[in-house]
Design a protein around this ligand. Structure first.
Ligand code: HEM
Ligand code: HEM
Length: 177
């Protein structure tokens, strides 16, 4: 595979760092309510602190991505596949943004800040359930939607790798030739 057909090193670092953190947030977010209530606040704070890191990476990635086109898909890729792959990637970006935003509204409208150990985001408002309810619902529904789209995204990658055998996955792999 030629260098031009691959994602750049920076795109690969953004993709895999954020994919790992987001998969962690999805799993840990769903597990929060399964644990004992005494430690729930600690886990919600951890979730929010990791969420802040994802949000900062996302902002940097979007600004960078606006100036950098992804590599062209292989010749012969149909217009329908090109359009759906592009739409799915744009939808993933949009879901990452709205899930993060609704997370911030959710935590701040509970009257809480975020504790990073060495420093804190202070609470910026009093608890307001008329805001936390819709923010919570939005965060839950959209994070489930994102999980579904990520499953489809991974299924597409596996399909290319194992059934079409077109080495498309190598475009996003570090150190691949
Ligand atoms: C194990 C999990 C994952 C695998 C195997 C995977 C695989 C890939 C591959 C192979 C590509 C390149 C597609 C191409 O060549 O056109 C890609 C692109 C992309 N992936 Fe993933 N991915 C995973 C997880 C995620 C997660 C969790 C997210 C975010 C929610 C994500 C978001 C994206 C986005 C936005 C792009 C498009 C990048 C761009 O063109 O700007 N991926 N992924
Ligand atoms: C892409 C990033 C994120 C993902 C994938 C994610 C995912 C999740 C999931 C799956 C849940 C559990 C939903 C349920 O109850 O079933 C959750 C809950 C929550 N998230 Fe996130 N989240 C993200 C970012 C954030 C951010 C940035 C914040 C705050 C700054 C945040 C704050 C919260 C809060 C406060 C809850 C409610 C916890 C509870 O009381 O049950 N999230 N999130």
């Amino acid at each position: 595979m030629t260098a031009a057909a691959r994602y750049t090193g920076r795109a690969i670092v953004y993709h895999w760092t954020m994919a790992a953190l987001i998969l962690f947030l999805l799993a840990q977010g769903y597990a929060i309510d399964l644990g004992p209530s005494a430690t729930k606040a600690w886990w919600v704070n951890l979730h929010s602190a990791v969420g802040v890191v994802v949000t900062l990476l996302l902002l940097a990635r979007i600004v960078w991505r606006i100036g950098h086109r992804p590599p062209d898909l292989p010749d012969g890729t149909s217009a329908l596949v090109r359009a759906s792959s592009h739409a799915a990637h744009m939808l993933l970006y949009a879901l990452m943004a709205v899930v993060c935003l609704s997370g911030f509204v959710n935590i701040f409208a509970r009257g809480r800040g975020i504790d990073f150990g060495l420093f804190q985001f202070p609470a910026i408002m009093a608890s307001d359930r008329s805001i936390t309810r819709p923010a919570d619902t939005t965060h839950i529904i959209l994070s489930y939607s994102m999980a579904a789209l990520v499953l489809l995204h991974v299924a597409a990658a596996v399909w290319h790798q194992w059934f079409l055998k077109d080495r498309l996955m190598l475009r996003m792999m570090p150190g691949a030739e």
